[in-house]
Design a protein around this ligand. Structure first.
Ligand code: IVH
Length: 664
C-alpha cells in the first residue's frame, strides 16, 4: 500500500466505523458485531501509526486521549447553563402555568414534555462541524473543559452530520446530559466495592465522577451515554420541539420519550404514563421537564435568577422510606468476598417491598455508623437496588448492637481473612462460593424443586448481586429484582418469577431431598417420606428412631439428626415455611405395594428419576443397590454392573416394556 492508498483506506475506514458507531450508539441498532468493529478500528490505528500525518481530531482513534491532564481548563459559557425550578405536585404545575399566563395573558401556550435524566449536564461546541470543546456546567457561567472525556462517549459524534441540510459552518453549541444505564451503574459500583473504592450514591454522581477525571481512560472504561435537548445556537428553530429535531439531524442522540402537548392536562397524562414506565427504563430519571414550546414566548418570559420561567422540573416522589435493621448478615461472592447486607423489616419503596439492602463492606457500615436495630432511611439507588442511606440516630434506644464481621465463614465454616490494607474480608476456603451455588442448584434440580430456567450462570448472578443467599430467597424474587440484571429482559424475568412461584409445593420426598442433608439422596429421602409422612416427625426423631427406618444406616441417621440440631438449618426451614414453600401429601396408589425396583441403564420413555418417582408414587420402592431380596431389576440401554450382580443373585430381570406394563 503506498501513501495515497493508505490515505484513501484511512478515510474509508473512518467512514465505515462512524456509520456503525452511529447505528449502534445513537440509533440503538446493531448491524455489525463488536469484534468486527474492533478489528476495523485496529486496522485504522495501525495505519495512522504508520502515517501519523493523516491523523485528524475527528478520527475514531482520537476518542481516548494520551496523557492524563494536570488540571481542567476553565471554559466561559456563551450563555449561562441554567437550572430548573422544581414542582412536586399537579397543584404546583398549575400554579406555574398561572404565573406565566399572567405575564403573557393572551397567548396560547403549548408545551414540550421530556424526561429529566438523572445525569450530568454538559455543553458541546462544534466548529465547522468539528467537536472542539466539551464543558461541564460548573457554576452555570464558567465550567471545566472536559473535551477529552466527552470524546470517549461513542454516542457523541466527533463531527456533525454533513448531509442533513443544516448549515454546520461556524459555531454550534448544544447542551444535554451524560448518563449511565442502571446496569452499568450497578456494574461499576460492585467493581468499586471489590476494590474498596468509593461507592456512588446514584448514576448522576457516577456520571459526574467519570467526567471530572483528569485521566480520560477512566471515562473510556465506563459505558457513558448521552442525550441532548437544548440547541443554544440559532439555526432557525422556532420551538423547543425543533431544537430536538435539529439536534437529531446533526447526528446526536435525543430521547424518544418526548411529547408536544396542547395543554397542561395532556402534560399530566404524559407524566403519569412515564411514571408508570419509570422502572422499566434502562436509565434513571428523576422526573420530567416541562417547557414552553415556543421560543418566542420563552424569550418574553425570560429568566429569574438561575432558572428560566419558561420551564419547570416535575419531580417524581422521593424513592425513600424508613424501616428498621433487624440484622446484618453476610453473603459470599464468587471470590469468597464477604458482603454484608441489612435484613430489614419489610417496607415499600418505589412501589416494591424491600427486605434487604446491600451495605457493600465493613468500612461502609462504619462510615455511615449503621447499627443493628437502627431505624434507617432506605432508598432505591438509581431505582435499582435498595440501599441504606443513613441511620436516624435520634431514634436509638441504646439496645442497638454493632456489626462484627464473622471470623468464621457462615457458609462453609472456613476461616475469614482480611489482608492488611484491604477493605474486603474473604473466606479463605476457595470452594465456599461453589458450596453456596451448588446448594441452590441442588434445590432447583429436577429431582428436587424442579424449577425451570435457573441455570448455573443465573444462580451465580443472583448470589453475586446479593439477591439471594440461600434457596428460600428465590421465592422472594420479583420481576423488578431481575430486570436490571444482565441477560434479563422483562419477559424472561416474569417467566422465571412465575416458574419459581409455581414450584412452591413438591412431594415430601423431593422436599427432604432438596434440603441437601449430607448422605440423603433421593432414595433415602423417599424412605424417610414413606416412613414418617411428615417433616416435623423427622425433626423430632432421635438418632435411634431414624436408624430404625429400613434402609437407613447409622451414618445417615447421624447426619440427619445433626442437621436438625443446627440452628441455621432450622432458621432455613422457617424461612421456607414463611414463603409458603411446603410439600403436598402424596396420594400414593397401591399397584406396586411391597415391590422393590432398581433401574440400571437409561430408559427411552422417561428419565430415570421420573421412573423412580412413579415407582414410589405407586407404592413401590425404588432403590439403587441390588440385593437378594430385590424384586425387579429394570434393564435399560447400556446397563451397568448391576445386571451381572442381579443375575448371580437370581433377581428377576425385566426390560423397559415389561416395566411399563407393571406401571399400568
Ligand atoms: S432542560 C434551561 N431537559 O436538569 C434548563 N434539563 O435542573 C435547561 N436535565 O441542569 C435544562 N434532563 O442537567 C432539561 N430533558 C432535560 C433534562 C434536563 C436532565 C437536567 C440538566 C439541568 C437540570 C436542571
Amino acid at each position: 500500500m503506498n501513501k495515497e492508498e493508505a490515505r484513501q483506506r484511512i478515510l474509508k475506514l473512518r467512514e465505515v466505523i462512524n456509520f456503525h458507531r452511529y447505528n449502534y450508539h445513537v440509533l440503538d441498532r446493531q448491524d455489525i458485531s463488536e469484534a468486527a468493529l474492533d478489528s476495523l478500528k485496529h486496522e485504522l490505528a495501525e495505519l495512522e501509526e504508520k502515517y501519523p500525518e493523516f491523523i485528524t481530531s475527528d478520527s475514531p482513534t482520537q476518542r481516548v486521549g494520551g496523557k492524563p491532564l494536570e488540571k481542567f481548563e476553565k471554559v466561559n459559557h456563551v450563555s449561562p447553563m441554567l437550572s430548573l425550578t422544581d414542582a412536586f405536585s399537579w397543584e404546583e404545575l398549575l400554579a406555574w402555568e398561572e404565573r406565566i399566563k399572567k405575564l403573557i395573558p393572551d397567548e396560547n401556550l403549548d408545551y414540550f414534555a421530556e424526561l429529566k435524566i438523572d445525569g450530568f449536564a454538559v455543553s458541546l461546541t462544534y466548529e465547522n462541524g468539528l467537536l472542539v470543546e466539551g464543558a461541564t456546567r460548573g457554576d452555570g457561567k464558567v465550567g471545566e473543559n472536559v473535551t477529552q472525556n466527552l470524546k470517549t462517549i461513542e454516542s457523541i459524534p466527533l463531527r456533525l452530520n454533513e448531509d442533513s441540510g443544516i448549515n454546520i459552518k461556524g459555531r454550534i453549541v448544544m447542551r444535554g446530559e451524560v448518563f449511565l444505564s442502571k446496569q452499568e451503574f450497578l456494574r461499576i459500583n460492585s467493581e468499586q466495592a471489590k476494590k474498596g473504592l468509593q461507592i456512588y450514591a446514584n448514576p448522576r454522581n457516577l456520571a459526574a465522577g467519570s467526567i471530572r477525571q483528569l485521566d480520560s481512560r477512566v471515562a473510556a472504561s465506563r459505558k457513558l451515554d448521552s442525550f441532548f435537548y437544548n440547541l443554544v445556537t440559532d439555526l432557525g428553530q422556532k420551538t423547543h420541539e425543533q431544537e430536538h429535531e435539529i439536534i437529531e439531524k446533526l447526528g446526536l442522540k435525543t430521547s424518544k420519550f418526548v411529547k408536544k402537548c396542547e395543554n397542561l392536562t395532556q402534560v399530566k397524562d404524559y407524566i403519569d404514563d412515564l411514571e408508570n414506565k419509570r422502572d422499566s427504563l434502562p436509565y434513571q430519571i428523576d422526573g420530567m421537564v416541562v417547557i414552553v414550546n415556543s421560543l418566542n414566548l420563552e424569550n418574553r418570559l425570560g429568566i429569574v435568577g438561575k432558572a428560566p420561567r419558561w420551564a419547570i422540573a416535575y419531580k417524581f416522589p422521593a424513592e425513600q422510606a424508613t424501616t428498621k435493621i433487624l440484622d446484618i448478615q453476610v453473603s459470599i461472592g464468587r471470590t469468597g468476598a464477604l458482603t454484608p447486607f441489612a435484613v430489614l423489616e419489610p417496607v415499600k419503596v418505589a412501589g416494591s417491598t424491600v427486605s434487604r439492602a446491600t451495605l457493600h463492606n465493613a468500612d461502609e457500615i462504619k462510615r455511615k455508623d449503621i447499627q443493628i436495630g437502627d431505624t434507617v432511611i432506605v432508598q432505591k439507588a438509581g431505582d435499582i437496588i435498595p440501599e441504606v442511606v443513613e441511620p436516624i440516630k435520634g431514634l436509638r434506644t441504646g439496645k442497638e448492637t454493632f456489626f462484627k464481621m464473622p471470623t468464621i465463614c457462615p457458609m462453609c465454616g472456613g476461616p475469614v481473612i482480611r489482608p492488611a490494607g484491604e477493605v474486603i474480608a474473604r473466606c479463605a476456603n476457595l470452594n465456599c462460593f461453589a458450596i453456596q451455588r451448588e446448594r441452590v442448584k441442588h434445590f432447583v434440580s429436577k429431582e428436587a424443586f424442579d424449577v425451570e430456567g435457573l441455570g448455573e450462570k443465573i444462580v451465580e448472578q443472583l448470589l453475586e448481586e446479593d439477591l439471594i443467599s440461600d434457596p428460600s430467597d428465590l421465592f422472594e424474587l420479583t420481576v423488578g429484582d431481575l430486570e436490571p440484571l444482565e441477560r434479563f429482559a422483562e419477559k424472561s424475568s416474569a417467566n422465571l418469577v412465575e416458574a419459581i412461584q409455581g414450584r412452591k409445593k413438591v412431594t415430601l420426598a423431593k422436599f427432604i431431598y432438596a434440603l441437601g442433608i449430607r448422605y440423603v439422596g433421593i432414595q433415602t429421602a423417599g424412605l424417610l417420606a414413606d416412613y414418617f409422612g411428615d417433616l416435623k416427625k423427622i425433626e423430632t426423631s432421635s438418632e435411634e428412631e431414624l436408624w430404625e427406618v429400613e434402609g437407613i444406616g447409622g451414618k445417615v441417621a447421624n447426619s440427619i439428626f445433626r442437621w436438625y440440631r443446627n440452628p441455621k438449618n432450622l432458621e432455613y426451614l422457617e424461612k421456607l415455611n414463611k414463603h409458603g414453600v411446603s410439600y403436598v401429601k402424596e396420594e400414593k396408589t397401591k399397584e406396586l405395594e411391597g415391590l422393590s425396583f432398581v433401574i440400571t441403564g437409561s430408559l427411552y420413555s422417561m428419565p430415570r428419576e421420573e421412573a423412580e418417582d412413579l415407582i414410589r408414587h405407586k407404592g413401590g420402592k425404588a432403590s439403587s443397590s441390588v440385593s437378594a431380596n430385590l424384586n425387579y431389576l429394570v434393564v435399560g440401554e447400556n446397563p451397568g454392573s448391576k445386571l451381572a450382580k442381579a443375575e448371580s443373585l437370581g433377581v428377576k430381570i425385566i426390560d423397559e416394556n415389561e416395566f411399563l406394563k407393571l406401571l399400568k
